[in-house]
Design a protein around this ligand. Sequence first.
Ligand code: 4NP
Length: 158
Amino acid sequence: MSDLKIKVLFVCLGNICRSPMAEFILKNMIDKMGLSNKFIIRSAATSYEEIGNDIHYGTRAKLIEKNIPFSKREATRITTEDYKNYDFIIGMEDSNIRDIKRIVGDDVDNKISKLLDYSDNPRDIADPWYTRNFEITYNDIVEGCEGFIKYLKKTLKI
Ligand code: 4NP
């Protein structure tokens, strides 16, 4: 029997700042809803820049400040297998969406979206690797994850 978990892959350029932050924020929200056993939530990069590296210290500090649990991890790059295996592939900004499609091909199963497209104010999430502002990143990701959960409640009745 195929497993019925909802599989979510967050994607950003380096997989050390935004996408792992989204991974741990959504995991925490889903955990608080008592639905952890229904989800697989991971994150990946589009670039090779940080492969094998743990989260950025700015992301780590923000997660600690906000009491969001996180675990040691290693950045990985998205693969064509990931496209097959995950239900939702969620990028942070338009350039991520373009890069994801360059790697996995056309979005034939309509799985690729941008996180803040689930919010009332669709926009990119700026890269804190450049901005150094992890508070804005955190607030944007919370807004996107709340919108995503609302979408799942409406469409999948979670
Ligand atoms: P992220 O930030 O895409 O939010 O993980 C970046 C981290 C590292 C690099 C770029 C963006 N880098 O080029 O090494």
